[in-house]
Every structure is written in structure tokens, then in C-alpha cells.
Design a protein around this ligand. Structure first.
Ligand SMILES: Cc1cc2nc3c(=O)[nH]c(=O)nc-3n(C[C@H](O)[C@H](O)[C@H](O)COP(=O)(O)OP(=O)(O)OC[C@H]3O[C@@H](n4cnc5c(N)ncnc54)[C@H](O)[C@@H]3O)c2cc1C
Length: 443
């Protein structure tokens, strides 16, 4: 690997200083991006991660999903580029594959396949461990950010009804305390800080769930040059009400291909090559089937249960402690079939940035403004996912009265998109979380 480029200066300080120290629980993507934002507003930022985070791109215990295909959607990619101007260079240096979001991204629905037109906007085909590693490496150049690995946050420090830091258990078993003016909970779907609320007299946020009982099976492949498809990233969404199967496929570093197959309601697929092919036969589109017939499997299959998508409605709470904000899967963990989680984490980090910039905002007003902004970006992603997921009768969720009509409108929208370039662009914008569907015009 060529040597890293010269150090970039830390991100410019905001005139709106928010305190001396911010603590981030969790060194996943949401924690890393939040830290990048906090470094503009605090003198020091500490990212506390319970795993040993190695320089290698091996999957670690706290991030089992990293073994599966991870596509960063366009809205997320644009924010990462803004916050890390050296990102493209860093990813290429590590072997990631350049992808044109316009013409090398395919959204392959039963009604037909959509691609955009060739564009200037280059994204990257990359495995999740390598993406995290690149972001972490760019953050280590920032002097205000420190990493504390193999340290588990176990409980909060309270001061006058506010969160004032956290207690950590270190790998040797010793416990230490870190004071902080702001604690960001990026601990993932379990949302560690949720359990801190009730003992301190606060209500927990109501939970919205969509129980898909999905299973993800992933394999990596090599493909002869002659068989390379004309796309590098493919999303094959499920087709309600008949096809509860989906796939994400991406070319990643070292010219490998990563394919994740999803099935709602459990799966019989063990990941054997022959099963992969028969699974692909049952998808709504043939793109993957052609590919798999030529592909040679590498390594062993990885299987993960993804039983439920969850959204915590913090914005509905009347009381919430100061000094604490959740981000990423801790706020909303969408159905991975739609590839939205990383991009939502980036959009929420942008919501954090905009909120911290609001000079008039402190204490309760600050958390209210943050939760409101997050609710807006989550709404668009959550509704788009539900449009598809609630169309399967086996999916358990509270359904709107017009759920059946929504399935019909999704099908009609997909059919129109295949025939009409303007509708196609609006649908792809919604898929990429760049702009929500217009309720009146689209679905
Ligand atoms: C099969 C599958 C495929 C997916 N594909 C995609 C995709 O294509 N595109 C996409 O955008 N998203 C995808 N996702 C979703 C994506 O993985 C998540 O949305 C994303 O990882 C959320 O990031 P996060 O930082 O919020 O949480 P996580 O990535 O879960 O990170 C949480 C971190 O907190 C640490 N931690 C937890 N508790 C503590 C503690 N007490 N103290 C210290 N550290 C702690 C953990 O070790 C971990 O490192 C997929 C998910 C799955 C399951």
C-alpha cells in the first residue's frame, strides 16, 4: 500500500463552542461520524469502543454485520465526502473500487431495472470493515479525537439530573470514570442509554417495530474478467406481496464480489453455492442469476438473523435528560434489505451538526431540536422501507389502514419508473435517501 498522504488539519472549529469534552459510546460508523462533528464544537472527543479494533479488516465481535454486503447510499456518500475531503483517496489507496453512482448502480425490481446516467459522482465499492477502517484512519489525523478501545461503558455519571459522563470497564477489569459535557450513544441497536432512563425517573421512548424475521446469507466470489457485469453495485428489493426475497451485491476491494441474500420469515438457505443459485432464480430479477453462474465462491458463507427493524420515538418524550443524545442504530435500525443504516447515521450526524450550530439552543431545547431534525430524516427512510415491508402478510407490524393500497401504489410506482425517466429519477432519489417520495405524486 502506498504511504498515507500528508496530514490534513483538524476540521475548522465552530465559533459555537459547546464544551471541553464529548464522549462517544461505540466506534461503529455512527460513533465515528458523530466524533467528526463533535471535534468542531469540543476541545476533546473520546470514542469508547468495547472491542479491540485492529488495523486489519477482520470482522470483530461487536460488529457481526460487517461480514455482509454494505452499500453506502448516495446521500451518505456525499456527506462523507464533505466531512473527509481525502476519503476517495484513502479508499482507493486501500484498494476500494471506484463506482459511478449514475450508471454502475442498478436497482433491479420485478417491473424492470433502473440505472441512472453516467455521472461525475464517484462512490466506492468496499467491504464494511474497510470502510470503517478508512474513516477511523482519517479521524486519527485529528488531534482533538482520541480512541479508547477495549473499554466498555457500563453506567452513566449523573450530575443534577444531567448525564455528566460515564463509567468504563477496561480490559483488565478495572473501572474508571470519564467526565463529559455531552455523551453520544452510538452503541448500536441495543441503545445502551435506554436502560439509564427509568432508574432516573425518565420514561423510555416508545418503540416502533417491524418484525420481518429476515435472514441474511453472504458469500464472496471472484468473477472472470470476461463475465464482469455492467453494474458494480446492485440492490434487488423484495416485491410484495409475492417475492419476500432480496439481495445486495457489490464489487469490493481486491476485485472480489460480495453478495448478501435476504429472505423474510426465515430462510432455508445454508449458503451452499447451489442454493445461492436456486435462491437467485427466485428473485424478482435475473441480474444476479447471470452473475452467479459465472462466479467462483471464496471462503465460507456467513449467516445472520435480522429479525426486526426498530425505531425509538425520542421526539415524543416530554422529558429527557440533558447531556445525552443517541445516534445511528440506537435511534433507528432499519431493515438492512434497504441498505439505509449507514446513510441514516450520516444524516443524523448532519442533524447533530446543525443542532450544535444553533447558538440559542441549550439543555432541553437542544435535545428537542436534535430529535426533531432526526425524526425528519428517519421518517423518509422508514416510510420508504415500510412501503415495501408491510406488503408481506407475514411481517408483523402496526399497519396503517391503507396498507393494502400502499402495496398497490408501490407496484404502480415501480412500473411507471421503468417507463418514465422522471419517475425513475424520483424513485432512485428515494432509494438513495437523497429526497423523499412526494406523497401526492409518487406513492
Ligand atoms: C446483514 C446486514 C446487512 C446490512 N447492509 C447494509 C447496507 O448495505 N447499507 C447500510 O447502510 N447498512 C446496512 N446494514 C445496517 C448497518 O450495519 C447498521 O445500520 C450500522 O452498522 C449502524 O451503525 P452504528 O454505529 O449505529 O452501530 P454498530 O455498527 O452496531 O456499532 C455499535 C458499536 O458500539 C460498540 N458498543 C456497543 N456497546 C458498547 C459499550 N457498552 N461500550 C463501548 N462500546 C460499545 C460495539 O462494539 C460497536 O462497535 C446492514 C445490516 C445487516 C445486519
Amino acid at each position: 500500500m502506498p504511504p498515507p498522504p500528508p496530514l490534513e488539519p483538524s476540521p475548522p472549529r465552530s465559533p459555537q463552542k459547546r464544551g471541553r469534552h464529548a464522549l462517544v459510546i461505540g466506534g461503529g460508523m455512527a460513533g465515528l461520524l458523530a466524533a467528526r462533528i463533535l471535534a468542531r464544537f469540543f476541545d476533546r472527543v473520546t470514542i469508547v469502543e468495547r472491542d479491540l479494533v485492529e488495523a486489519s479488516t477482520r470482522t470483530r465481535a461487536g460488529l457481526p454485520q460487517a461480514a455482509h454486503a454494505h452499500v453506502l447510499l448516495q446521500a451518505g456518500h456525499e456527506l462523507l465526502q464533505r466531512w473527509f475531503p481525502d476519503m476517495a483517496q484513502e479508499l482507493s489507496r486501500r484498494g476500494a473500487v471506484s463506482v459511478d453512482f449514475g450508471c454502475e448502480f442498478v436497482y433491479a425490481m420485478g417491473a424492470g431495472s433502473l440505472t441512472g446516467v453516467a455521472s461525475e459522482s464517484r462512490a466506492h465499492g468496499v467491504s464494511r470493515p474497510l470502510l470503517d477502517q478508512a474513516v477511523r484512519s482519517l479521524l486519527t489525523r485529528e488531534s482533538r479525537i482520541q480512541f479508547r478501545n477495549e473499554a466498555q461503558v457500563v453506567s452513566p455519571l449523573w450530575h443534577r439530573g444531567r448525564i455528566a459522563g460515564a463509567r468504563l470497564r477496561l480490559s483488565r477489569g478495572t473501572v474508571t470514570e470519564l467526565d463529559a459535557d455531552l455523551v453520544i450513544d452510538a452503541s448500536g441497536m441495543g441503545c445502551l442509554s435506554n436502560s439509564w432512563l427509568a432508574p432516573a425517573g425518565f420514561a423510555e421512548p416508545e418503540l416502533e417495530t417491524v418484525r420481518t424475521c429476515a435472514v441474511a446469507v453472504t458469500r464472496e466470489f471472484s468473477l472472470p474478467e470476461s463475465a464482469t457485469p455492467d453494474w458494480k453495485v446492485a440492490l434487488i428489493p423484495p416485491s410484495p406481496p409475492d417475492v419476500p426475497r432480496a439481495a445486495i451485491a457489490s464489487m469490493i476491494e481486491r476485485r472480489r464480489w460480495q453478495v448478501t441474500l435476504f429472505e423474510y420469515g426465515g430462510s432455508s438457505a445454508s449458503g451452499k453455492p447451489s442454493e445461492f443459485v436456486s435462491f437467485a432464480e427466485s428473485l424478482a430479477r435475473p441480474e444476479l442469476l447471470r452473475f452467479l453462474r459465472e462466479a467462483r465462491p471464496l471462503g465460507s458463507p456467513r449467516i445472520q438473523l435480522c429479525p426486526v427493524s426498530i425505531r425509538r420515538r425520542f421526539e415524543h418524550l416530554a422529558r429527557y435528560p440533558g447531556g445525552l443524545l443517541p445516534v445511528g442504530d440506537a435511534l433507528c435500525a432499519p431493515n438492512p434489505v434497504h441498505a439505509q443504516g449507514l446513510t441514516l447515521a450520516a444524516l443524523e450526524a448532519r442533524a447533530l451538526e446543525e443542532t450544535l450550530e444553533g447558538s440559542e439552543l441549550t439543555g432541553r431545547n437542544l435535545s428537542e431540536a436534535y430529535f426533531r431534525r432526526c425524526a425528519d430524516v428517519i421518517d423518509a427512510a422508514w416510510r420508504f422501507g415500510n412501503l415495501c415491508d408491510l406488503g408481506f402478510s407475514r411481517v408483523e407490524a402496526e399497519r396503517p389502514k391503507d396498507a393494502r393500497a400502499l402495496v398497490g401504489s408501490l407496484r404502480a410506482l415501480r412500473e411507471r419508473a421503468v417507463a418514465d425517466a422522471d419517475v425513475a429519477r424520483r424513485l432512485l432519489d428515494a432509494v438513495q435517501l437523497c429526497a423523499p417520495l412526494g406523497a401526492d405524486r409518487d406513492a
